[in-house]
Write a protein that binds this ligand. Structure first.
Ligand SMILES: *[C@@H]1O[C@H](CO)[C@@H](O)[C@H](O)[C@H]1NC(C)=O
Ligand SMILES: *[C@@H]1O[C@H](CO)[C@@H](O)[C@H](O)[C@H]1NC(C)=O
Ligand SMILES: *[C@@H]1O[C@H](CO)[C@@H](O)[C@H](O)[C@H]1NC(C)=O
Ligand SMILES: *[C@@H]1O[C@H](CO)[C@@H](O)[C@H](O)[C@H]1NC(C)=O
Length: 432
């Protein structure tokens, strides 16, 4: 699973310097619903200034995923490891962003949506190693430090007492981050959260950090769900737009109101190895009409090791542990036709340079079968005729026990996280 590093040298100057949404896209978010933008959308300030070619963007996203997968594995392993990066690192972007207003008077930041993180964090003024968009703490009259003795200080990893303020260090992707725990007013769409506890980044090394911060939608302590239980009842849903649909935004709906009723559900499982991740029970995978032969251990939920299947908003392409992936891929190839030559692209090993007729793919979860449209599992080059199966084997490392249902496979579906009722819902929807 080697991804060429050829993109590295020129990726740095791809980012435009304007830091807000394109004004044509920058409408007011209504009620408890936030617009969600893909970072490559023309609305996003983080899009490459010079559009990436199809191949470049695919390779870039695969590369980001590699770091993401290592990050998720480290969560499951219960220890934070900074992956050793060979050579120069390229900027990792979060995939989807929403607009939040923080402080008094409000300062606008575009936060990455991350269902596998708990704590929210933003780069604060004076931060070493952060992007130029920083939250000016001194300009907010409602900003305050969380003291070392406060209960919230016990909910962050390895807290220390920096001066009088609660401080903590953590890793995200390949970045090491030092932050203070602070509180300020946060506005999400029309909702006001008076004293939101979040990380205020003081120093960061590595560059897999979202440029303007992150909104943690995990289910652990200090996540949005835990801090706003009375407001949102630990319930939210999103519809993620495809990065191919240029001006389309999706939505993040917070709270139980206005959630879809006609939707299929599968139970959410809680894994003590990593209580913030959203585990589900993936029981089998169907390719065409055939249920492929996957060794049960490859899909089994295991509270002791952290093995199982999660839904994640931050990984782009679905990863299956190797025996599961091989079984799916082999059946896919068989159905496409044994005579057609198979090529590869980066980490994708099932590509074709001729037009193909692809079988359907169905994820069979406990109580819910989800047959995904071709747009969710095939990627087509815009110029040539290359088509790839957009899934891969989980990275071959010690903790490759996690199957990840990633955002490309979730695009143009509404995914409902209903924590109080321990269930996750999926329904097709055009995210426009
Ligand atoms: C918050 O704590 C930091 C670090 O101890 C300190 O530099 C800063 O002045 C404090 N800010 C406020 C508003 O108390
Ligand atoms: C956290 O990171 C800061 C800055 O890199 C460093 O000075 C400090 O020693 C670290 N603290 C812990 C507890 O590792
Ligand atoms: C999409 O946005 C671009 C730039 O913001 C604009 O020029 C174009 O007309 C928009 N297209 C559609 C279909 O709205
Ligand atoms: C899923 O599909 C299988 C057949 O492939 C069927 O036996 C099963 O009942 C379906 N499950 C649900 C919840 O519809």
């Amino acid at each position: 699973m080697k991804i060429p590093l050829l993109l590295a040298p020129f990726f740095f100057f791809f980012f435009s310097l304007s830091q807000g949404l394109n004004p044509q896209c920058d409408g007011q978010d209504q009620g408890s619903t936030l617009k969600v933008f893909h970072v490559f959308s023309p609305c996003s300030p983080f899009r490459p200034a010079k559009p990436l070619s199809w191949e470049e963007s695919v390779l870039q996203q695969l590369k980001d995923d590699q770091v993401r997968l290592q990050y998720l594995s480290s969560l499951v392993a219960g220890r934070s490891v900074v992956p050793i990066a060979s050579g120069r690192q390229i900027m990792q972007n979060p995939t989807y962003i929403v607009k939040a207003k923080i402080g008094t008077p409000p300062q606008t930041l575009l936060l990455a949506v991350d269902t596998s993180s708990d704590t929210a964090w933003i780069p604060c003024s004076g931060c070493l190693g952060c992007s130029s968009s920083q939250f000016a703490t001194a300009k907010s009259t409602t900003f305050r430090n969380v003291s070392c003795g406060a209960p919230q200080c016990k909910q962050v990893p390895n807290p220390t007492c920096g001066g009088r303020a609660c401080a903590f260090n953590f890793t995200y992707g390949s970045s090491s981050i030092a932050a203070n725990l602070v509180q300020d007013k946060v506005a999400l769409a029309a909702d006001r959260i008076p004293a939101y506890t979040l990380g205020c980044i003081q120093k960061a090394t590595g560059n897999s950090m979202p440029q303007q911060g992150l909104l943690g939608l995990g289910r652990g302590p200090l996540s949005l769900l835990s801090q706003t239980y009375n407001l949102y009842k630990a319930t939210f849903s999103y519809c993620l737009p495809s990065f191919k649909s240029p001006n389309f935004s999706g939505s993040l709906k917070l709270g139980p109101v206005a959630q879809p009723i006609r939707i299929k559900f599968t139970p959410l499982l809680r894994n003590p190895r990593r209580s913030s991740l959203y585990y589900v029970n993936l029981m089998a995978i169907r390719v065409g009409r055939r249920i492929v032969n996957i060794p049960p251990a490859a899909l089994a939920f295991n509270p002791t090791t952290g093995a199982g299947t999660i839904f994640d908003s931050g990984t782009v392409f679905t990863r299956l542990v190797e025996p599961a992936y091989i079984a799916v891929r082999n059946e896919f190839r068989r159905r496409v036709g044994r005579k057609l030559p198979v090529t590869s692209l980066g980490g994708f090993d099932t590509c074709y340079n001729v037009p193909i007729v692809a079988p359907t793919i169905t994820f069979m979860f406990a109580g819910m079968n989800v047959t995904i449209p071709q747009d969710n599992f095939l990627i087509h080059s815009t110029v040539g005729t290359t088509t790839c199966l957009a899934m891969a084997a989980a990275p071959d490392n010690v903790n490759s026990v996690l199957n990840v249902i990633a955002n490309m496979q979730q695009q143009n579906h509404r995914i409902l996280y209903d924590v109080p009722n321990s269930r996750l819902g999926v329904a097709r929807e055009r995210c426009t």
